[in-house]
Design a protein around this ligand. Structure first.
Ligand code: GAL
Length: 504
């Protein structure tokens, strides 16, 4: 037990593990364990698809009680599908998974109503690994890898296509230079995507969701066909194809209207937001316009469920610290704008084997981030209730990368039903401290060492607006580490983090 009135543990990650890339996440047990958010939003009467995230040795057998008649369960894969109930209401499901090692239960509340994405979306996006080099095949393989790697068992669900799936006017490559649209104005995929409906059906058959990308401008950022003046056709076609998420990227829209007012900046998003709501499916709208005109203040009214708050993370200059830190610092101060169904998006998680946004032709390489930096990255994104989209190579997922992406307690912080983004408790040259209120009166705290030396970083109960004795749990190690009644603090390695959950 720690000394009387405070908890102060002096643990230096580097020394404890004596390795450069210590795996902190305990391996999942063979017995089933259901993960995932405790709330899920769907609009009344819309197609419904939910894969129960569950670790444990397969085969597993799933059961669900409280299921409305419009939904059915695939008991082998744990996939719920059908149509959401017709009327707004709350439906409480009890999920159960069994195998020969035991069973797991979890409550899941379906909130049938107008708000979707009650917790931040989780998935994979191709941009930072494959750039222009995408095809139908690649996304099928990514969906396979999301299941085979176990990522889907922790709640990752979107397999998202970014730019470059449409035609590219003027391209010398015949596979890219087909017609932009058909006779009815419907956007045409390029020759590398022969069957969009088949692709989303493939992804959906695994219980996963499919994401797509367009621009309100005539051309996308990579100069492929955009949606300008075809917004209604495109919204309809994306829905008909079966997409569940649209990233709508400003790109060339500035050539149409450069007026720097909120009204002008909102216009294309208001239009697409409205069109998506009219489709017969729930489509998450991700606004990508790099934070212009304080997008966080109006994006929810435009129909957006998430919005990029900054420029591209992959192009952010490193300072003394890698670029993701400065993106996080900009995003972290916007906590008051986040909540269920409305999330600040600081861009993707760039770890593992990943391409170089400044030199997109160079082959993907292992990230140069240290272990401490990668733990810090994932901790910040979880605490900031950010969408968790991995954008590294799904074909090269190593145990260390999966340990960063797939820690159920870290993800629980991100997916917490209260939907609060952490507030900044402290930011100095050397320290960054975030605190995220969680459902049930708990709080998650991230203590980040920004300095070049091991450093003691702590937060007092006054900093955290807490009183009384609290149990302290190390979230990465999934271990209770003591109690404290006045502060929590650790000696932390250079650019490293300790992330804890404090409970009564
Ligand atoms: C950028 C966007 C990136 C990526 C890229 C595609 O504008 O911020 O996330 O989508 O365009 O060309």
């Amino acid at each position: 037990m720690p000394p009387r009135s405070f908890l102060f543990l002096f643990i230096c990650l580097g020394v404890c593990f004596g390795e450069d890339f210590p795996i902190l996440t305990p391996p999942p047990s063979k017995a089933p364990r259901i993960h995932g958010a405790l709330v899920y939003g769907s609009r009344p009467g819309k197609p419904f698809l939910y894969r129960i995230p569950c670790t444990g040795e397969r085969p597993l057998t799933f059961r669900v009680s409280g299921l409305p008649p419009s939904l059915t369960l695939d008991p082998v894969n744990g996939i719920l599908s059908g149509k959401a109930p017709d009327q707004p209401r709350s439906v409480v499901l009890r999920l159960e998974a069994r195998n020969r090692h035991g069973k797991s239960e979890r409550r899941l509340e379906l909130r049938i109503g107008d708000t979707i994405s009650l917790t931040p979306p989780m998935g994979w996006n191709h941009w930072y690994t494959h750039y222009h080099g995408v095809s139908d095949q690649l996304f099928r393989q990514a969906a396979d890898a999301m299941v085979a790697s176990g990522m889907a068992d922790f709640g990752y669900s979107y397999v998202s296509i970014d730019d470059c799936w449409m035609s590219k006017p003027g391209s010398p490559d015949p596979s890219l230079n087909g017609p932009a649209r058909d006779a009815n104005g419907a956007i045409a995929p390029n020759g590398r995507f022969p069957d969009m409906k088949g692709l989303t059906a493939y992804i959906h058959a695994k219980g996963l969701k499919a994401g797509i990308y367009s621009s309100p401008g005539p051309l996308t950022c990579a100069k492929y066909t955009g949606s300008y003046q075809h917004e209604a056709e495109d919204a309809r076609v994306f829905a008909e194809w079966g997409f569940d998420l649209l990233k709508y990227d400003w790109c060339s829209y500035g050539t149409i209207d450069r007026t720097p007012t909120v009204a002008a900046r909102r216009k294309p998003y208001d239009l697409m937001g409205e069109l998506l709501k009219r489709q017969d499916r729930d489509i998450h709208l991700n606004l990508c316009q790099y934070g212009m005109s304080d997008v966080w203040k109006w994006a929810p009214e435009s129909g957006g469920q998430s919005w990029r708050t900054t420029g591209d993370l992959g192009l952010e200059k490193d300072t003394r610290l890698p670029g993701f830190y400065s993106i996080a610092f900009k995003n972290a101060v916007l906590s008051e704008y986040a909540g269920p169904g409305k999330w600040n998006d600081p861009d993707y998680i760039l770890i593992g084997v990943i391409g170089n946004a400044r030199d997109i032709k160079s082959p993907p390489k292992r990230t140069a981030l240290t272990a401490g930096e990668q733990y810090s990255y994932m901790s910040m994104w979880s605490l900031m209730a950010s969408p968790l989209f991995f954008s590294g190579d799904m074909g090269h997922l190593d145990p260390f990368t999966l340990n960063i992406l797939c820690n159920s307690e870290v993800i629980d912080v991100n997916q917490d039903a209260l939907g609060k983004q952490a507030r900044v408790v402290r930011r100095t040259e050397d320290e960054f401290v975030l605190a995220k209120p969680l459902a049930g009166g708990l709080v998650a705290v991230g203590l980040f060492n920004l300095s070049e030396q091991p450093r003691k970083v702590s937060a007092s109960w006054a900093d955290l607006h807490l009183t009384g004795r609290k149990r302290v749990r190390d979230v990465w190690r999934q271990k209770d580490i003591g109690t404290g009644d006045s502060e929590v603090g650790f000696t932390i390695e250079r650019h490293g983090v300790r992330m804890v959950r404090l409970a009564r």
